[in-house]
Design a protein around this ligand. Structure first.
Ligand code: ZN
Ligand code: ZN
Length: 388
């Protein structure tokens, strides 16, 4: 591992800060104390900042000369979950836990800021530090963008510590990395009646059932197997009694896609197929698709800067390829506005029994990953600003 000495000197600070955030998790949009602590740490190093989207913070480190503007993003929120670890710095806020690693992200970005301030006289351009609330609701980034957090920004890097990758490994690659996540609601409307007299009714359960089964065939026939689409119905709500045909059946589901093209096509197919299926059963369908986060798509040119930064830290052999995931990440909102990338920094333990998936009550990070993440922010910013 090849760390800049400015960062190595901050290792203790970084781990302590991460533990402090871990002890004091706050839920999405309520990151008050986290926000205050970020500001205190920025004050200590003389970095100016502004509040964004409530608890969000955007700070700027100015180089000595004019130049490009690069943004580094960390998310700040925790999850509504009871922590079940035995850590000495276990959550002190009941019902809340940093179970995704955002405590690490915030501490990494503050640590990178301390090192960047020390080299700012040799820098051309500006570094924007984006501390973002409410990632877990995939809502914070959208607000940050709306309030102008990306103004003048030419490239953006987001990092996620990843328990599924061993510590010492980094993944950052071009193209779609995480899926969009849209919320689908469909009401099948029929006409209720006695269960013994179906001919006098329009049965919405029969129509909804046909839709649930056949929509899977529609997805598979209308989307490219190389640009996968996931459509899952997670909730069916209908009926009150075994011998009554109800008048309505409500379905709720999630749609996951890796490109805007497949997202638009799949949304249209769902609407069309719900309505046509309903009418085939003499029923009607009302479809609402609430747009969630877009697909997270990494820009190939910015990925090159990030890969160079990663190689400098972990070496070529530890920069790996990783399958994209059907989870969603609101980093996507930044990437839709400016070229950038999302990097995954391995945070797994050598001892497999200590590794738990993100959002698990026993989730923990290997703290050796923190300095790697902070270094990636630091090296990426330097590479981008210093190379035309
Ligand atoms: Zn999460
Ligand atoms: Zn997360």
């Amino acid at each position: 591992m090849d760390f800049n000495e400015l960062l190595t000197a901050e290792k203790e600070y970084l781990i302590e800060l991460r533990r402090e955030f871990h002890k004091n998790p706050e839920k999405s949009w309520h990151e008050y104390q986290t926000s205050r602590r970020i500001k205190e740490e920025l004050d200590k190093i003389g970095v100016k900042y502004q509040s964004f989207a409530g608890t969000g913070v955007v700070a700027v480190i100015e180089g000595a000369e004019e130049g490009k503007t690069v943004a580094l993003r960390a998310d700040m929120d925790a999850l509504e979950l009871d922590e079940e670890t035995e850590l000495s710095f276990k959550s002190e806020n009941e019902g809340l836990m940093h179970a995704c690693g955002h405590d690490g992200h915030t501490a990494m970005l503050l640590t990178a800021a301390r090192a960047l301030v020390k080299v700012k006289d040799k820098l051309s351009g500006k570094i924007k530090l984006i501390f973002q609330p409410a990632e877990e609701m995939v809502a914070g980034a959208k607000e940050m963008v709306k309030e102008g957090a990306l103004e003048d920004v030419e490239a953006v890097l987001g990092i996620h510590l990843w328990s599924g990758l061993k510590t010492g490994i980094i993944n950052v690659e071009a193209g779609p990395r995480m899926a969009s996540g849209d919320y689908v609601m469909i009401d099948f409307i029929g006409a209720g009646g006695h269960g013994s007299l179906p001919q006098q009714t329009v049965d919405p359960i029969a129509a909804a059932s046909a839709f649930v089964m056949e929509s899977q065939a529609v997805m598979s026939r209308e989307s490219s197997p190389l640009d996968p689409v996931v459509f899952t119905i997670g909730k069916i709500d209908s009926g009150s009694r075994f011998n009554i045909i109800p008048s309505q059946a409500a379905l709720e589901g999630t749609l996951r896609c890796f490109s805007e093209e497949s997202r638009t096509a799949a949304s249209e197919a769902i609407k069309r197929f719900a309505k046509k299926t309903a009418s085939a059963y003499r029923a009607e369908a009302e479809v609402e698709i609430k747009e969630g986060t877009p697909p997270t798509v990494n820009d190939p040119q910015i990925v090159e800067y990030a890969q160079r930064a990663a190689r400098q830290i972990v070496g070529d052999e530890n920069l790996v390829s990783m399958q994209k995931t059907t989870g969603s990440e609101d980093m996507a909102y930044y990437l839709r506005e400016v070229p950038g990338c999302m990097a995954f920094v391995g945070a797994g333990f050598e001892d497999q029994s200590k590794n738990f998936p993100h959002h698990h009550p026993e989730f923990n990070l290997n703290e050796e990953s923190l300095l790697i993440g902070a270094s990636l922010y630091f090296n990426f910013a330097l590479n981008f600003l210093n190379n035309d």
